[in-house]
Write a protein that binds this ligand. Structure first.
Ligand code: MN3
Length: 199
């Protein structure tokens, strides 16, 4: 199935002041579009043509680096846009998710600190994740376009720590961007939706 750029699920200026319209215009319209365009070119004629995006991501990992990087980033960004919303973030988690965070991660405050630390310590480009693995929540980080799908897990929340995601708004202050993402942007309802599919 050919990759397609999904529209942003909100207006470009709706995440201000935490993420600017300029960041979203570049990040969605240029960066995500490039993964779609390059991914489609690299998919042509491969054994993964006609497969689902998840199958392409998992199948191309370690076998076709060019296709994997673009397919992985396409998958990551499709969800990244939906992991944010105006008026999101903070510690008001849906009950089922709160219970899992308490049981598996030591509560919300520890989740917040550990998730931000994962994003801060990812050296260079990559992502920080909340994933379900072996039936439990886990916080991880990956380089470049990788995600928990290729490490036996199911991502339910991820934050992009490539500089293109924060440099316009935060310059080099990656921790400030991560704090704003957790405190003011996360759409916990979408995290719950992915958790219910994964658990
Ligand atoms: Mn990105």
């Amino acid at each position: 199935m050919a990759f397609e750029l999904p529209p942003l699920p909100y207006a470009y200026d709706s995440l201000q002041p935490y993420m600017s319209a300029e960041t979203l215009e570049y990040h969605h319209d240029k960066h995500h579009q490039a993964y779609v365009t390059n991914g489609n070119n690299l998919l042509k004629g491969t054994e993964w043509e006609g497969k689902s995006l998840e199958e392409i991501v998992k199948g191309s990992y370690g076998k076709n680096a060019g296709l994997f990087n673009n397919a992985g980033q396409h998958y990551n960004h499709i969800h990244f846009w939906k992991w944010m919303k105006k008026g999101g973030g903070g510690n008001k988690l849906p009950g089922k998710l709160q219970a899992a965070v308490d049981a598996d991660l030591g509560g919300y405050d520890k989740f917040r600190a550990d998730f931000i630390a994962a994003g801060t310590t990812q050296f260079g480009s990559g992502w920080a994740w909340l994933a379900v693995k072996d039936g439990k929540l886990a916080i991880t980080k990956t380089p470049n376009g990788e995600n928990p799908l290729v490490h036996g897990g199911s991502p339910i929340l991820g934050v992009d720590v490539w500089e293109h995601s924060y440099y316009i708004d935060y310059r080099n202050a990656r921790p400030k961007y991560l704090e704003a993402f957790v405190d003011s942007l996360i759409d916990w309802d979408y995290v719950l939706e992915m958790y219910e599919k994964a658990a």
